[in-house]
Design a protein around this ligand. Structure first.
Ligand code: AKG
Ligand code: FE2
Length: 418
């Protein structure tokens, strides 16, 4: 694979999606791929109306000869479109839906053609992308006998009506969709958020101090991650292990942050000394880039985490997983409701708006037991208003390296107590 670009857009209706796709199609023509194909057409694609989020993935092969465009992501979360999973019952228990691998728009077979071919075994309710590859689909029938007939006839066989491809089929089941609530509330104040241990201080910095901090880091060396840039002071944070190496002290925090460190230490309801914060991570997020859901590793850092937001705003979502275990990296997805399920895990979600110059404090339950997450949006919807992220957001996250194992009251989320 030579090049991959992922474009995201927020569109309010299927028609908008398709006009966007049409624009993209003309751009693709201008790079003259041999075989440009856009597989979703307005008339027959099963996309419901309403505000939706679509990701459009453009992949080009090294030769520059082939480009595939997939509508991805949205199907699994949008209202009215079923989400398919492996059936929970006995192995091979039949269901009305089939997962079909090795056919789909990415290999030149339209949903229409698939519906027609599978229609010879019974009435097809819908054909959906199984994932973003464009080469795996779900064929859903009204009854399971039709699915059974299709599975018996097609699984493992070359299918002359589908370009002679060998299909691989198994039963699939619909997962109960989340109760979608598009007006997912975003708190403006920590008191509205109601998560114990989370505080938000507005205007913690003046605009002048914000500019000075930004200027100070601008000219220092950045480390480039796949989607954002970071700087670490005190201790380097290792993303592979989500931990620091306590024996590898990089030195004191730089003098330009010391006024902020002292101001944090002077917050009267916190029991924290200005000398104790010894690790700083500066994150620079380009527009549309967020952070996957995570809990800062308990064994790496003490119980208070302070994050200053600079330059641009964002929303931060908090998730409390009901069947959580400590995981170095949590899976991410976007759901627009306050109680969600994602695979086999369900969680309660809340969100808060972080304006520039604010200070977010994570402690107690909010630090130890709730995942925090910055959605990958260019525009956040904050109580019905569209708030653009801006050209970038820079955060300064101050923490204290832990020297002895964590003994928090949340052992199920704690790597020290596993
Ligand atoms: O950017 C932020 O505000 C949060 C950063 C964060 O959660 C982290 O570095 O662990
Ligand atoms: Fe974090």
């Amino acid at each position: 694979m030579g090049r991959a670009a992922c474009l995201s857009c927020r569109l309010s209706s299927p028609n908008q999606v398709f006009s966007w796709l049409a624009k993209l199609k003309s751009k693709i023509k201008s790079v003259k791929p041999q075989n440009p194909r856009i597989f979703s057409e307005p008339e027959n694609h099963p996309i419901p109306s309403g505000p939706l989020r679509f990701d459009i993935l453009v992949l080009s092969l090294k030769s520059g000869q082939a480009i595939t465009i997939c509508l991805s992501g949205a199907q699994s979360i949008i209202m009215g479109v079923p989400r398919f999973v492996r059936p929970k019952g006995r192995k091979n228990e039949s269901t009305p839906s089939l997962y079909v691998a090795n056919c789909g728009p990415a290999v030149g077979i339209s949903f229409d053609t698939i519906a027609m071919v599978f229609g010879s075994f019974g009435e097809v309710k819908g054909v959906y992308p199984a994932d973003e590859t464009g080469a795996r689909v779900i064929v859903s029938y009204f009854d399971q006998c039709s699915a059974q007939r299709a599975l018996e006839a097609l699984d493992g066989h070359l299918c002359p009506d589908l370009q002679g491809r060998r299909l691989h089929l198994r039963y699939s089941a619909t997962q109960e969709p989340c109760q979608v609530n598009n007006s997912f509330p975003v708190s403006l104040l920590a008191t509205e958020l109601g998560i114990p241990g989370i505080q938000l201080w507005l205007d913690f910095l003046s605009p002048k101090e914000e500019q000075e901090l930004l200027a100070a880091v601008e000219c220092r060396p950045w480390k480039t991650l796949s989607k954002r840039r970071v700087q670490h002071y005190g201790y380097e944070f290792h993303y592979e292990t989500r931990n620091i190496n306590p024996r590898d002290h990089l030195g004191e925090l730089p003098p330009f942050v010391m006024p902020m460190v002292r101001r944090i230490a002077s917050i009267s309801n916190l029991d924290i000394a200005s000398t104790s914060l010894d690790q700083l991570t500066v994150n620079e997020y380009p527009p549309g880039v967020g952070l996957s859901p995570h809990i800062d590793t308990h064994s790496a850092f003490e119980g208070f985490i302070f994050s200053l937001s600079l330059a641009g705003p964002c929303i931060m979502e908090f998730r409390k997983y009901t069947n959580a275990v400590w995981l170095p990296k949590a899976a991410s997805s976007i759901n627009a409701n306050t109680e969600c399920s994602e695979g086999c895990s369900s969680f309660v979600r809340k969100a808060i708006y972080l304006p520039p110059r604010s200070l977010l404090i994570l402690s107690g339950e909010g630090r130890y037991a709730w995942h925090h997450y910055i959605p990958h949006h260019k525009v956040d919807i904050v109580n019905g208003n569209e708030i653009r992220r801006g050209s970038r957001r820079v955060s300064f996250t101050f923490r204290k390296a832990r020297t002895i194992p964590c003994k928090c009251d949340y052992p199920q989320y704690c790597d020290s107590q596993r």
